[in-house]
Design a binder for this molecule. Structure first.
Ligand code: MG
Length: 451
């Protein structure tokens, strides 16, 4: 069984993710680190977090690492601390936006960037071969508790923004790990802060930890009824931000990304996003004299491309936004605070700022496809799909198949990394439904051939 998916290890606790697996992950990371070094370990508030934490720490100690325990902190706080406390690696124990029965493990590099798929493969191979190297009893080190991680992270966020006229903000942390960051940052910046679901609770009693239109009704209502300027929502571990405008409407994810990307851009800046993002980001960045480079889907690919291209900013429509002037991990609290800074500077309402962003019809959907059919189907589609469209400009195979038309309309077909689906996105200035139908039809026809 493959342990690492698109975002580290993630599974239902006591089924695929047990304390034994967590212990093996700790032993493997310690072996990978050559039986030495300092590892920062933190977790979101899930009820299984302590069990996983102790198992990982035991593995790390057994292989000669020293452990700095952060307790319940957001994922960006863990990544930031790995850099700040000069760690040799960081470990997040979190299942991000998944329901409370899930948990997961994700590793961080000393520069605050997630482990790349290559690094994860090495960790996984050590587990598969059971090639752990335990140290002699005389070399076993201990655990220290770090209490200043939230403060250090909060200070770094505050230092990166300037807010002259504080706003009224409603924050919904999903009872997740960002509860100890975002409200405190904005209060220290002088904002009027109203909190919803901002006491940590691993059962996520306030709302499911995924911030989306189905789960943010309370936030939308409270922003409007309290006359707030903006609503900010996070996922369970606080690396994502979704926002609500002053009218109480959820802001389109691609447009939120475009707004921030445009604001971060100066002439000749480079901005990174993935291949499944609306062209409104390219247009808004181009307006400021910048250029967009696209990567595979996944925050580690965004972070890598930021490093390789010296980009000013990178993000995905999921609400994972990376500001490399602070660190290389998607940072929900930082994204929320940057938005507050932008609204403050513009002296306009958020809904007006969003209205200015160009918008084209976009359709996203999926069809069921067994994992064993995916690669054969993709090979067939590479041949068949381009034949179905006139005005084809080029084919991009960065991640799945992306067909780009002469008028910049585009179609993306890619297999889901975690579920038995093929995902389809179509964005077009006209005929979006027609293009979507042709794509769907071509997929269905070719799926039959794979049986
Ligand atoms: Mg997350």
């Amino acid at each position: 069984m493959k342990l690492f998916g698109t975002s580290g290890i993630r599974a239902i606790v006591q089924e695929e993710l047990t304390s034994e697996i967590a212990h093996l992950a700790g032993l493997s990371l310690g072996t990978y680190l050559n039986n030495q070094g300092k590892v920062l370990v933190g977790r979101d508030p899930r009820t299984s977090g302590e069990m996983i934490e102790h198992a990982i720490i035991s593995g790390l100690l057994s292989t000669g690492c020293e452990v700095l325990k952060l307790g319940i902190v957001s994922t960006p706080t863990i990544a930031f601390s790995t850099k700040y406390y000069k760690g040799d690696a960081g470990v997040s124990i979190t299942a991000s936006h998944n329901p409370p029965e899930y948990n997961g493990i994700k590793f961080w590099q000393p520069n605050s960037m997630a482990y790349t798929p290559d690094m994860e493969e090495k960790i996984e191979n050590i587990i598969k071969k059971r090639s752990f190297r335990r140290v002699d009893w005389t070399r076993i080190k201990g655990v220290s508790r770090v209490y200043g991680a939230n403060d250090a992270h909060i200070s770094a966020i505050i230092d990166s923004v300037k807010i002259d006229n504080p706003l009224k903000v409603v924050i919904d942390c999903a009872n997740g790990a960002a509860s100890s960051v975002t409200p405190y940052v904005l209060r220290r910046l002088g904002c009027g802060v109203i909190t919803l679901n901002s006491q940590v609770d691993g059962h996520f009693p306030g709302r499911p930890p995924e911030p989306c239109s189905d789960t943010l009704n309370d936030l939308c209502k409270v922003v409007k009824s309290m006359g707030a300027d903006v609503g900010i929502a996070h996922d369970g571990d606080g690396d994502r931000t979704v926002v609500v405008d002053e009218e109480g409407s959820l802001v389109d994810f691609d447009k939120f990304l475009a707004l921030i990307a445009g604001e971060m851009t100066v002439k000749d800046s480079i901005v990174i996003t993935n291949i499944d993002t609306s062209i409104c980001v390219d247009e808004y960045v181009a307006k400021e004299g910048g250029k967009v480079i696209r990567t595979k889907v996944g925050d580690v690919h965004i972070a890598e491309a930021i490093m390789n291209n010296g980009a000013v900013f990178g993000g995905e429509p999921s609400g994972s936004l990376i500001f490399p002037d602070v660190h290389l991990c998607p940072d929900g609290p930082l994204a929320g605070v940057k938005l507050v800074e932008i609204i403050n500077k513009s002296e306009e309402n958020l809904s007006h700022l969003i209205e200015k962003i160009p918008s084209y019809p976009l359709e996203r959907g999926k069809i069921r496809c067994r994992n064993d059919q995916k690669s054969v189907l993709m090979d067939l589609l590479k041949e068949e799909l381009p034949k179905r469209f006139e005005n084809l400009d080029h084919l991009d195979e960065t991640d799945g198949i992306r067909i780009v038309m002469k008028d910049n309309s585009w179609i993306l077909v890619r297999p889901s990394g975690t579920e038995p689906y093929m995902r389809i996105t179509v964005e077009a200035k006209e005929d979006v439904k027609y293009l979507y139908e042709i794509t769907l039809e071509t997929l269905e026809e070719n799926l039959e051939k794979t049986e």
